[in-house]
Design a protein around this ligand. Structure first.
Ligand code: ZN
Length: 136
């Protein structure tokens, strides 16, 4: 069994979800297939399909939410890479053993019907890594 199946999506931090939706709709030629608020993370997300890949736009609903803070520090742009896994609990244990710093030791419910957990960018060469597992 693979540890990591594939890149599930790229997450892009944006200031204004409506403005970003219209830009990405023009860029990709398709409208978002889903828009969803994740209250626990203070974000509104929208998802685009590009072939077998996905792009997630994330806008903060609060100035001091995780995305709000990210944009304040770094501006808009690529925020995280999400990898699809079959068994998120097992992967979190494996990565912790390998010395990665986990932001979430146990998965939580994320957008787009997924269990998600994040690995700290400090331990992954400056890239915020999301693991996600489809909820059946
Ligand atoms: Zn994501």
């Amino acid at each position: 069994m693979n540890h990591i199946n594939k890149i599930e999506h790229l997450g892009i931090a944006v200031k204004d979800i409506d403005q970003a939706n219209s830009i990405y709709e023009k860029l990709l030629g398709v409208p978002p297939y889903k828009q969803e608020e994740v209250v626990s993370e203070s974000v509104i997300t929208s998802f685009f399909k590009v072939g077998s890949n996905k792009i997630e736009l994330l806008a903060s609903t609060k100035e001091d939410g995780p995305i709000g803070k990210f944009i304040h520090k770094k501006g808009e742009g690529i925020h995280h890479i999400a990898f699809d896994v079959d068994d998120i609990e097992k992967e979190l244990k494996r990565l912790e053993k390998e010395g990665f710093q986990l932001i979430h030791k146990t998965p939580k419910k994320g957008a787009d019907n997924k269990l998600v957990a994040f690995v700290h960018p400090k331990s992954a060469n400056g890239v915020l890594v999301e693991l996600c597992q489809e909820i059946n």
